[in-house]
Design a protein around this ligand. Structure first.
Ligand code: ADP
Length: 640
């Protein structure tokens, strides 16, 4: 519109006045004055005539100058030109007045020219004053007036549109992948920069001409809008080498970056689709509204639907009817807080096939930004087989637990039996032993030596049998009674045991060292003291060295050893005694098993280690041994 007006003659009414009225008038004035001068030249020269001629020539010159100044003023509105125009015109009018003041001196035709000149100059002055007045108002140029009143606000609106589009672009870019977002930020930053540039350029250029501003800005606005709408903008031709040109170049650079980003996003989306389609699990992409956007062939197989019956349906089609009413809420809460996570962890999920049957599923959820907005990728695994296996495992575990209970009961029954049997055996055994001593005392004169020796052996065997029975009693009692658990400082326990063995240790010149401070733990103090007493006694018994030593200590397990979890304290009793041959290692824990002759190494019933093992196991611990024959043995045990 502005451009149209700018090219019409009435765009500048003052200039139109100039060309329509003022210029023809000034030409007529110039002609009339010239005619008057030419006439004057025809008269014989005299001093008065010379003055007249000079006055006419001066008028013509002043008038010509005033016309030049007037035109300059109308072009520039510079008041200096206006001032000079006034001066020259006033001068010219004075010369005309001088000529009119001496009418007798003028010839008749000259007189006629003078009257004509005065009229024309007056008209000229009137039009000039009009033109000057117009030029001094803001209406002097309709196009510029329109530019100020309409184009500048319109340019501001364009800037606002650009800003708005940029905001939309920011939102758009936020939805695409992270890499894209990073590049997007760059693009947005340059887009914002561009808005500022646009604003600056618009303001700067608005004082020039309308079409030079509005066209490139409109082109940029349109291109930005296209870009925001997701259309890949074609490069805007750069036709200028000024601010607008640079702005256009920077816009073109930005659209290249955006186009590359968009292509990268599209490529990665295509890639994701390929991955999803070839995944071994069922995969579904669902948008914020719960509409299925993508499924792979596994989903078709799992749920028994062809792909086209699932696409753009609500995801609830695959959910059991009883769950559907709540599912929409679950969906919303996922999109409110999207993160990669298993769906409804800890709860058994079920899928619904097209034939209405249901099957167990496990679902992993992953948020994904797509061109059309945020989506969730659900990976679906059919858990039918796993569930069957888990059920089977559960059944087996139940059976095993039942067998275990039975075993424990049987063990307890055995302990009860051993206890009762040994208890009952003790009495007749005591009787046999007593009768053997009575016989020996009362009938020693009637018995020969062999008879007496046999009775002595009978007494000794009874004593031995009694020790066995006592061991059996002690062992079976361990399986029958509850342990008395409490907080126990093992340093104190070991100290007590060593104190009770002090005399023997000194007699046999043992060096005993406790290599670490022992912990305080939950255990049965009396039983644990029994463990240490048994192991230390054995370490004393089975030692034939000159310099005998025993080391007691504890180390925390660093890794799994002998079914012991890392972090568990492992206690040990180490000696430099006779050691145990590899082949006997397993048998030493069997009851009544001795590796040596009846009376060798101080004798014994062979039940000490069996009792130690039972106490350890009743504490939930393990016991094992490390030994080198001839060098020494180390017993390790745990109590939890
Ligand atoms: P006992 O000491 O009454 O024979 P134990 O059950 O305490 O019964 O020990 C079983 C066997 O293990 C012992 O006969 C002995 O041969 C062997 N033994 C136990 N402790 C040691 C040790 N510290 N050094 C060598 N041999 C040992």
């Amino acid at each position: 519109k502005i451009e149209g007006i700018a090219h019409t003659p009435d765009n500048e009414p003052a200039r139109q006045l100039l060309s329509d009225k003022i210029k023809p008038l000034s030409y007529e004035i110039f002609l009339a004055s010239t005619k008057m001068i030419d006439l004057e030249k025809t008269f014989p020269s005299g001093s008065q005539r010379k003055i007249l001629l000079a006055t006419m020539a001066d008028f013509r010159a002043s008038f010509a100058r005033s016309a030049v100044e007037l035109e300059a003023f109308l072009r520039s509105a510079d008041s200096a030109f206006h001032e000079r125009y006034r001066q020259h015109l006033a001068e010219g009018q004075r010369y005309l007045s001088n000529l009119a003041a001496a009418p007798s001196a003028l010839a008749e035709p000259q007189h006629g020219q003078l009257v004509l000149l005065q009229d024309k100059v007056a008209a000229y002055d009137t039009y000039a004053a009009k033109a000057i007045a117009i030029r001094q108002t803001e209406q002097w140029n309709k196009a510029l007036k329109l530019l100020a009143s309409e184009a500048v606000p319109a340019a501001r609106a364009v800037v606002n549109i650009l800003r708005d589009l940029s905001a939309r672009q920011v939102a758009k870019m936020a939805e695409v992948s992270q890499t894209a977002a990073a590049i997007g930020d760059l693009a947005v930053a340059s887009s914002l920069g561009m808005i500022m540039l646009t604003a600056a350029a618009t303001w700067f250029l608005s004082s020039r001409s309308a079409n030079r501003i509005t066209q490139p800005v409109a082109a940029l606005a349109q291109a930005t809008e296209d870009l925001a709408a997701g259309k890949v903008a074609a490069a805007i031709p750069v036709t200028r080498h000024d601010e607008i040109g640079r702005l256009t170049e920077s816009f073109n650079r930005m659209s290249v970056v955006l186009r590359d980003t968009q292509q990268a996003v599209q490529a990665s989306e295509r890639q994701i689709r390929t991955i999803i389609d070839s995944a071994p699990n069922g995969m579904i992409v669902v948008d914020r509204q719960g509409d299925i956007q993508l499924v792979n062939s596994q989903i078709e197989t799992l749920f028994g639907y062809p792909r086209d019956r699932l696409l753009h349906q609500k995801i609830e089609i695959l959910v059991p009817e009883s769950v559907r009413p709540y599912h929409v809420g679950y969906r919303d809460s996922f999109f409110a807080n999207p993160s990669a996570r298993p769906m409804a962890e800890g709860i058994d999920l079920t899928g619904r096939r097209s034939d209405g049957t249901e099957f167990p599923v496990q679902i992993g959820l992953n948020p994904m930004a797509t061109e059309s907005g945020p989506c969730v990728v659900a990976s679906v695994v059919d858990m039918t087989e796993q569930k069957r296996a888990a059920d089977q495992l559960q059944q087996q575990a139940t059976k095993l637990a039942a067998a275990n209970d039975l075993l424990q009961q049987t063990n307890k029954d055995l302990d009860d039996f051993a206890y009762i049997a040994s208890h009952d055996l003790k009495e007749p055994l005591r009787g046999i032993s007593n009768y053997a001593s009575f016989l020996l005392e009362d009938y020693q004169d009637e018995l020969d030596t062999a008879g007496r020796e046999k009775l002595v052996t009978l007494g000794r065997l009874c004593g031995r049998l009694e020790s066995f029975i006592d061991s059996l009693l002690q062992y079976s009692r361990l399986g029958r009674v509850d342990l008395a658990f409490g907080e126990v400082d093992l340093n104190a326990v070991v100290e007590d045991v060593l104190e009770s063995l002090k005399i023997s240790l000194e007699e046999q010149q043992f060096t005993v060292r406790v290599s670490q401070r022992l912990p305080t733990i939950q255990c049965d103090q009396v039983r644990v003291a029994e463990i240490f007493r048994n192991l230390i006694s054995n370490a004393m018994k089975y030692n034939d060295k000159e310099d005998k030593w025993i080391e007691i200590g504890c180390q925390v397990a660093q890794q799994v050893v002998h079914d012991v979890a890392p972090g568990t304290p492992i206690f040990h009793v180490r000696d430099n005694g006779i050691g145990i041959a590899e082949k006997h290692i397993d048998s030493i824990f069997r009851i009544f098993k001795r590796l040596h002759g009846r009376d060798r190494f101080g004798g014994g019933t062979g039940s000490g280690l069996t009792i130690v093992k039972k106490i350890v196991e009743r504490h939930g611990g393990h016991i094992w041994v490390d030994s080198t024959p001839g060098q020494g043995t180390c017993f390790f045990f745990t109590l939890a």
